[in-house]
Design a binder for this molecule. Sequence first.
Ligand SMILES: [Zn+2]
Length: 247
Amino acid sequence: MKRIFTSIIFYPVLFLFVLLSYFSHYQSYAEENFKGYVVCIDPGHQGKENTNLEPIGPGSSQTKPSVSSGTRGKLAGTEDAVNLDVGLRLREILTQKGVTVIMTRVTPDVNVPNSERASIANRCKADLCIRLHCDAGAEHNCFTLYPALIKNWTDDIYDKSLKAAGIVQKAYSTYTNIPDKGLIPRSDLSGFNWSDVPVILPEMLHMQNPEDDQKASAPEFRQKMAEGLAIGVFEYLKTASHQKNKS
Ligand SMILES: [Zn+2]
């Protein structure tokens, strides 16, 4: 009798339960709405570098080129193009879930200094600014830069930036299967020091690593990169301290 119960009743009921819980989970994800949230996407670099110097932060005497040239891969091409393609794909995914997305650029033919990119995110009061980059070198990993704690520059955005960096880095690394090198604070980036909103900079892969170069050249993998970032961004936006009063 016990064996009959197990085979005829228990397993079908278990199967039904698993099926139902799967669909209810899927349903809740599909219906998640991020209306009211603003994300600024900054695809790093541009078609042509801008070597005009700009202060690395408000009132600073230390300067840096406004936009550096970025790196390139043998197969994937220029970094600025990869960053832009992934950025546009990320915009599509976020927009579909109701997020308002502001891009700092949508073509290579622009001249937008890094300080101005921070201002764009500030003006739209972004919940998060995500600056997309690929690193030079042959390492095989990914990591995320976040603003170092600097009084009067980043102290107001430090906690949230660090939190976002941790969440996005983990989600991206797990989803793309690119080894996780963790988080690195930076005190010298104008795009961080001019920012009044939480800001992070994922270095998504290394363009002189043959495997990463190959991957970065494939549209399917660029989509995967965008999806990995999106999972992290959604997770960050969902965290309790970032819940907005939605009317
Ligand atoms: Zn870069």
